[in-house]
Design a protein around this ligand. Structure first.
Ligand code: GLN
Length: 212
């Protein structure tokens, strides 16, 4: 699998930028709107957008259960922002009817940074990604408040005035087995290193991070 086939869930949100970034990272990218398209892919990106809308559309397109099944079988997945929310097993500040796949044992708070500021950019270090810090773009982003067993924290961000109860910063990048999730949007910058990391996960060549 030198050039893996990676789907981007294309019901809503930031699809085209992820496809471009995946191609830049050495994969072949295809949009996924139907179960037959899902069957063909080696891995799946769940893009940013709006998790409440994505949850509804997954059900309307009869895709929720097929995606959940592939995830439970171990298909590699990368969720950014709303996609991170979709992978979590607990969502705070969500709508009561919103569903998530529950494949990463973590608690994610929606629109968490939005209490201070809706959108911002900052440079962060990401475990497993070498070289210069990564420019992370946050847009009405969630943060991770709890990680369960087997979840490696790959990145955190200092959060100015609100870091009192999180002295090490807020968790914004995690990996649990075949699943990667970021609060931020690596697809909106030209730096393809997060997508390269995910493509390596799909190939099975990305080293397992340490779980602390
Ligand atoms: N606030 C959005 C949600 O709850 C996520 C925002 C984003 O994906 N940029 O789904």
């Amino acid at each position: 699998m030198t050039v893996p086939l990676i789907g981007v869930l294309a019901l809503q949100g930031d699809v085209v930028d992820h496809m471009r970034a995946l191609e830049a990272a050495g994969a072949k990218a295809v949009p996924v709107r139907r179960a037959a398209e899902l069957d063909a892919v080696d891995g799946l990106v769940i893009p940013g957008g709006e998790s409440t809308a994505m949850s509804k559309l997954l059900e309307a397109f009869d895709l929720f259960d097929p995606v959940k099944k592939r995830l439970d079988e171990g298909m590699p997945a990368f969720g950014s922002c709303a996609g991170m929310i979709m992978l979590a097993d607990e969502v705070l500040d969500g709508r009561p009817d919103q569903r998530s796949f529950g494949v990463i044992p973590m608690t994610v708070r929606r629109n968490a940074f939005g209490r201070q500021v809706d959108s911002f950019e900052t440079e962060i270090g990401i475990e497993g990604i070498s070289g210069a810090p990564f420019r992370a773009v946050f847009i009405r982003a969630p943060w991770v408040e709890r990680v369960g067993d087997g979840v490696a924290v790959l990145g955190r961000v200092e959060n100015g005035g609100d870091s009192g109860d999180a002295p090490d910063g807020r968790i914004v990048a995690v990996r649990a087995g075949a699943c990667l999730a970021t609060s931020f949007h690596p697809e909106v910058t030209p730096d393809a290193r997060v997508h390269e990391y995910f493509v390596d996960m799909v190939r099975g060549t990305a080293a397992e991070p340490a779980v602390r």
